[in-house]
Design a protein around this ligand. Structure first.
Ligand code: NDP
Length: 477
């Protein structure tokens, strides 16, 4: 049964959302030369603010500011001095953590308990971690020479966390940046710009240009950008790879995934159920490394599915600012349409849909936690990234069959293995073609460990020592 909880809403009084925002260029907020767009709260469809859409000319100004800051200040500064700024930013993020978490939940739709307990702490941890590297780059194995100006384009699923993954290592290595947040989630990046001011970061080291795909394109194709870092869809990732082919730009791409979460018959079943739930329903399934394909050993499939459904029925969906909420809103009407369409394809292809019976709020974008059984490898819901709270369930009999099915995907970002046997974990991890393999856990993120994919999941690593490689020229020797 589900216990009734009294509402426990987090107050939004702590955030001060302005009616309109400009671009953050050369340490100041400036009016863009382009038009403006609205950002909304996906849980209520309330308009939150108007945000400037950076034109090609605005992007050019931002790149010029970044170049000036790079040549005159940032690349000349010692690593120890740069570290002081990064530590300062990390501490301000902690101090303003509640404000950042509330704003993230309002603009993105994710539950406050995730933004408060996962996103923001990991954001601060990234800045602390890379601050520690700034004066030790000569020990990184990748030299200590920065690349120059980095153009960075990020998606809407973890707005501030993706910003941290991009900005912290770039700055630690001595690069300056021009970053574009996603169109639907620009607000925490703009608050981060205020934090840069508060930290007295030299003007031009960080520039935030808001906008949509065209603004992203202008950054990627700007001739004075030395490095492109992108997280988002495989389709746009491919377009970016084409756009920079034949130039000297360095590129890292972190793209989609269709991770297999593999449960063997000797796995601790309740623990596995928690891991499956965390794997696919965390952040409404808007996670590139989500465990969206459950591969369960046939002998325990019935029992596992029964327990999984029972657990799913206890998930609380609703107001993202309520501290009891497990599942928040889908980030946009467009994404909701995509989830609905692919789920309907699942029905049409003959898979069996089961969803949690719950009342959906009348306003905003919502999709109930859903699973499909009777899924075969050829089904589109087993192959394509749904990027929503939808789990496709397949079964297997032997470890080899599990490996074959798990690797039968154009992606290769992450995987999970649930078993009591340590030797099996190691042999599976060796054979799974995925950048990250979690054993008896899922969706664990830490700034010290590298993250990235194979095949259509992209190339390059973010996080850890490996994450420095993307922002340095290579070994100095
Ligand atoms: P996109 O790949 O379109 O968006 C990612 C970022 O790239 C956004 O900032 C976007 O701008 C920007 N962008 C869009 N077009 C271009 C371009 N031609 N050149 C440079 N930058 C560009 O993802 P969507 O938001 O459209 O989501 C589509 C699908 O992608 C989802 O359904 C999901 O399957 C997948 N996805 C995967 C993610 C991952 O982490 N692997 C993250 C997000 C989505 P803007 O948003 O402002 O238009």
């Amino acid at each position: 049964m589900t216990f009734e909880y009294a509402p426990a809403p987090e107050s939004r009084a702590i955030v001060d959302i302005k009616p309109s925002y400009g671009l953050f260029v050369n340490g100041e907020f400036v009016d863009g030369t382009g038009t403006a767009f609205k950002t909304i709260n996906p849980a209520t469809e309330e308009v939150l603010a108007e945000v400037a859409e950076a034109s090609e000319a605005d992007v050019d100004e931002a790149v010029k500011a970044a170049r000036r800051a790079y040549t005159r200040v940032w690349s000349k500064m010692s690593g120890a001095e740069r570290a002081k700024y990064l530590y300062r930013i990390a501490r301000i993020i902690q101090e303003r953590g509640r404000e950042l978490a509330v704003l993230e939940s309002i603009d993105n739709g994710k539950p406050i308990k995730e933004s408060r307990d996962v996103d923001i702490p990991v954001v601060a941890a990234h800045f602390f971690y890379y601050a520690g590297w700034a004066d030790k780059l000569e020990h990184s194995g990748y030299g200590s020479t920065p690349l120059g100006v980095a153009g960075q384009v990020i998606p809407w699923n973890f707005p501030l966390l993706m910003l941290a993954w991009k900005i912290a290592p770039a700055l630690a290595c001595g690069n300056t940046v021009v970053l574009k947040p996603a169109e639907t989630t620009p607000l925490t990046a703009l608050l981060f710009a205020e934090i840069c001011q508060q930290a007295d970061l030299p003007p031009g080291v960080v520039n935030i240009v808001t906008g949509a795909g065209e603004t992203g394109r202008a950054i990627v194709s700007h001739p004075d950008v030395d490095k492109v870092a992108f997280t988002g869809s495989t389709e746009v990732g491919k377009a970016i790879a084409r756009a920079v082919a034949g130039t000297d730009k360095k590129v890292t791409l972190e793209l989609g995934g269709k991770a297999a979460n593999i449960v063997f018959d000797d796995a601790p079943i309740d623990q596995a159920v928690e891991g499956i739930v965390d794997g696919i329903f965390f952040n409404q399934g808007h996670v590139c490394c989500a465990g969206s394909r459950l591969l369960v050993q046939e002998s325990v499939a019935d029992e596992l599915l029964e327990r999984l459904k029972r657990r799913m029925s206890t998930l609380r969906m609703g107001d993202p600012l309520d501290k009891n909420t497990d599942i928040g809103a889908i980030n946009s009407g467009e994404q909701l349409m995509r989830i609905r369409e692919l789920s309907e394809v699942g029905d049409a292809e003959g898979a069996e849909r089961w969803e949690v019976a719950c009342d959906l709020p009348t306003k905003g974008f919502w999709f109930p936690p859903t699973l499909f059984t009777g899924v075969s490898q050829a089904h589109r819901i087993a192959r394509e990234e749904i990027f929503g709270p939808v789990l496709s369930v397949l079964t297997f009999r032997t470890p080899s069959e599990a490996i074959e099915k798990a690797n039968n995907t154009p992606f290769g970002l992450s995987a999970g293995v649930w078993t009591d046997k340590g030797s099996r974990i190691l042999s599976m991890a060796n054979r799974l073609r995925a950048g990250v393999v979690w054993a008896n856990t899922f969706n664990k993120f830490d700034p010290t460990s590298p993250f990235g994919g194979y095949k259509e999941s992209g190339y390059g690593r973010e996080g850890g020592r490996h994450g420095l490689e993307a922002y340095l020229k290579g070994a100095d020797i």
